[in-house]
Write a protein that binds this ligand. Structure first.
Ligand SMILES: *Cc1c(COP(=O)(O)O)cnc(C)c1O
Length: 339
């Protein structure tokens, strides 16, 4: 499935002023070094055999909080001035970003409040509580949770740390791109789970600057692919939020998106959408063949390859973005149960 982009949307990169550049990502790498894991890139025997190309898995599942979001949150928080830190942090999150902010805040001795919708799985809420953050459950969507964040910022002066639409967050996620180029200089394709687009935008900024011919492919679920709908529409649009195995990919991109929409629109080569069964197949394959637990969102890149929805032309990297899945759900999927 190719994203429909008008001529105007695909004008050459060098003519555009994107909100994040390679230098920002390189600065972020310096700031987060020693605070965030530099993750392994491991070759997948099964996927390499299947595709006839060398396929590698980037294990963001091995971050201290089990997801890449620690990179962006840490970079954003370390960049704050003393006054902003002292007022305390607040964010809305479908789980992993909230966990990342809570973890980084605790590490740096700052207080944090995490707002989330009632669709967020119980295991994720528990994990954030355990990190010492204050939790607020508000409404049934990411947008409802964001309204509460805005209120706490206005009424109590808390410092917001957005989950994706923020230059420092994007630059932090982009450090994955630097590591990929260091470890696999001849990379030709990177498959990236795509929701708000912070992960894809950051990696794309780094990769397109260092390896202009490498392809960046975003992967979302069919149920509520907000960035895909927005790029197709030519502007940020709302999508109906539905339950999905890839719960970390839920939520919109924000109607006043300023950072990730322009970057994804300019730099993503394609976006692939998966069914729930294809996501489950990805989770199963990674467990059986790589011995790695991944959550739905983290499995979409592998799911896309297994479903035959991306063609590879050379060495490829698949981002396994996170491992925070309810153990019962994971067990069910491995046993071949329905999504
Ligand atoms: C947040 C998240 C994503 C999507 O990242 P965006 O920056 O919102 O596109 C993918 N996988 C996992 C595990 C996540 O937590």
């Amino acid at each position: 499935m190719t994203i429909m982009k008008s001529e105007e949307l695909t004008r050459p990169i060098e003519n555009q002023q994107l909100p994040v550049c390679l230098a920002d990502v390189e600065c972020a790498a310096g700031r987060i070094r020693g605070r965030v894991a530099r993750t392994l890139l491991v070759r997948s025997t099964s996927l390499s055999q299947l595709t006839g190309q060398s396929v590698h898995l980037k294990l963001e599942t091995r971050q201290p909080i089990g997801a890449f979001k620690l990179r962006g949150a840490t970079n954003a928080i370390v960049s704050l001035d003393e006054a902003a830190r002292e007022r305390g942090l607040v964010t809305a999150s479908t789980g992993n970003h909230g966990r990342a902010v809570a973890y980084a805040a605790q590490m740096l001795g700052i207080s944090s409040t995490i707002c989330m919708s009632s669709l967020v799985p119980a295991n994720k809420i528990q994990a954030i509580k355990a990190l010492g953050a204050e939790i607020r459950i508000v409404g049934i969507s990411q947008d409802d949770a964001q309204v509460e964040v805005d209120r706490l910022v206005a009424d109590r002066g808390l410092t917001p740390i957005p989950p994706f639409d923020h230059a420092d967050v994007v630059a932090g996620q982009g450090t994955i791109g630097l590591e990929i180029v260091e470890d696999l200089a001849d990379v030709t394709t990177v498959l990236i789970p795509l929701s708000g687009g912070g992960l894809a935008a950051g990696i794309a900024v780094a990769l397109k600057a260092l390896k202009p011919h490498a392809r960046i492919i975003g992967v979302s679920m069919e149920r509520g692919a907000a960035m895909h709908a927005s790029i197709t529409a030519g502007k940020p649009v709302a999508v109906r939020e539905e339950e999905t195995l890839a719960d970390s990919l839920g939520g919109g991109i924000g109607l006043s998106n300023r950072v990730t929409f322009p970057i994804c629109r300019a730099l993503l080569d394609d976006i692939v959408l998966l069914t729930e069964d294809e996501i489950a197949e990805g989770i199963r394959h990674i467990a059986r063949e790589a011995g790695e637990v991944v959550e739905g969102a983290g499995a979409v890149g592998v799911g896309a390859i297994l479903a035959g929805k991306v063609e590879l032309f050379g060495p490829a990297v698949v981002i396994l973005s996170g491992c925070n899945i309810d153990p019962d759900v994971h067990r069910n999927i491995i046993a071949g149960g329905a999504a």
